[in-house]
Design a protein around this ligand. Sequence first.
Ligand SMILES: Nc1nc2c(ncn2[C@@H]2O[C@H](COP(=O)(O)OP(=O)(O)O)[C@@H](O)[C@H]2O)c(=O)[nH]1
Ligand SMILES: [Mg+2]
Length: 147
Amino acid sequence: MKKGKVLVIGPIGSGKSTLIKILLGIKERPVTKTQALEYANWIIDSPGEYSQNPMYYRTLMATALEAKVLLIIQDSTRKDVVLPPNFASGFPLVPIGVVTKIDHPNADIQTATQLLRTILPVGEIYYTSSVTFAGIEELKRRILSYL
Ligand SMILES: Nc1nc2c(ncn2[C@@H]2O[C@H](COP(=O)(O)OP(=O)(O)O)[C@@H](O)[C@H]2O)c(=O)[nH]1
Ligand SMILES: [Mg+2]
């Protein structure tokens, strides 16, 4: 088992838990609303509230001490951004951006990329779909290379 961990952050409904399930190859249980920090194998899932409410930022920072990689999730069907500008640079982790739901008819990848760039001015961005599995293998390979 890998020792390093990946902390996944992003707003409610952006596809964090679904993506994590696929990255870990979990087929059984359906994704339900994430209520607390959830540790599974090499990934730490976080409730969307932790990204949407600054009251939780300290918790995210403390949790980051256990991690090596920070995955920042941006939903390609949303035109808003919840995390503050440059948020990624406050973490002593390798930041990786992920634009999710690229299969969706309402996906606007260019806008999502611009929004994500406000949080993550530099660093790689991957484009994924948890429906078609586009981009998933590449993302997983990249993450594992850092652990
Ligand atoms: N079309 C599409 N829907 C997705 C994708 N990933 C997640 N969803 C849907 O988005 C909703 C929120 O997903 P969830 O993983 O619970 O988001 P979380 O709150 O960030 O953990 C669910 O209804 C998922 O089925 C995707 O890649 N494509
Ligand atoms: Mg969740």
